[in-house]
Design a protein around this ligand. Structure first.
Ligand SMILES: Nc1ncnc2c1ncn2[C@@H]1O[C@H](COP(=O)(O)OP(=O)(O)OP(=O)(O)O)[C@@H](O)[C@H]1O
Ligand SMILES: O=C(O)c1ccc[n+]([C@@H]2O[C@H](COP(=O)([O-])O)[C@@H](O)[C@H]2O)c1
Length: 214
């Protein structure tokens, strides 16, 4: 059983639980971290396919605050990315949002996030979902050797990227979707259609907010 949990925030980054003793059935929760600038059909298909193929209870899309790698993407306000993620998962009770990285602020190291979430939700078994293009960068992730022992990584095959890694990944085959956030930004900037590449709600939001126009 889950006895009383008291946690105190030690630093803004990491909370420390004084007591974790959960022995009940665990919920299988996928975490799909990303910048979601903007979220697109590729994200939704991968979330749904992993959910189904690994029989997860839910998948949470988790917008990062500042992505850790040096390649800083042209960014928009976190509030706008969050709003578009909300619009994307609307209507699917098995998809949700984890906004912990936005609340924490700063650089979104997955190690800090996973450590915190596991302490906060001992009733969950987490799966960290990444695209096949991310796999080759895993060795550069902050405290990756510890992180891979803390959470099961799930890699989704992505066209043009190797399916090998020195880390214990679960690979899930997903129909190849050649959509990326950069492609969406580029199409909007060129005045091209993004219909069916993002949800209708996201397309309307991009239009209403005037995002990605040159
Ligand atoms: N079409 C896709 N197929 C498989 N994985 C994807 C796809 N698009 C994104 N991903 C994965 O989803 C996660 C979040 O991606 P992110 O929000 O950075 O979107 P992106 O489309 O890769 O963005 P950008 O084009 O700006 O680099 C990453 O692990 C990424 O590899
Ligand atoms: O912790 C790290 O060192 C690390 C390095 C690169 C990426 N990540 C996480 O991987 C997820 C996808 O990243 P991105 O850049 O494709 O949006 C997102 O949740 C990032 O926080 C994490």
């Amino acid at each position: 059983m889950f006895s009383v949990t008291v946690y105190t925030v030690k630093t803004p980054q990491v909370a420390v639980l004084s007591q974790v003793d959960y022995q009940g059935p665990k919920k299988k929760v996928g975490l799909l971290g990303g910048t979601f600038n903007p979220p697109h059909l590729g994200h939704l298909v991968m979330a749904d396919q992993v959910l189904d193929q690994l029989d997860l209870d839910e998948v949470l899309l988790m917008p990062d605050n500042l992505p850790p790698h040096v390649d800083t993407k042209e960014t928009i306000a976190a509030k706008q990315r969050l709003e578009m993620v909300k619009l994307s998962v609307e209507g699917n009770p098995k998809l949700g949002i984890e906004d912990i990285e936005l609340k924490r602020g700063g650089v979104s190291y997955s190690y800090d996030t996973v450590k915190y979430l596991k302490q906060l939700h001992p009733e969950n078994d987490y799966y960290f979902i990444i695209g096949g293009d991310m796999v080759e960068y895993l060795p550069k992730w902050y405290r990756i050797d510890e992180l891979v022992k803390m959470i099961q990584f799930v890699a989704v095959s992505r066209e043009g990227f190797k399916r090998t890694s020195k880390y214990p990944l679960l690979w899930v085959d997903v129909p190849t979707i050649g959509v990326s956030s950069s492609l969406i930004r580029q199409k909007v900037a060129q005045g091209c259609s993004i219909k069916y590449l993002v949800t209708d709600g996201v397309a309307q939001y991009i239009d209403k907010e005037g995002l990605y126009r040159e």
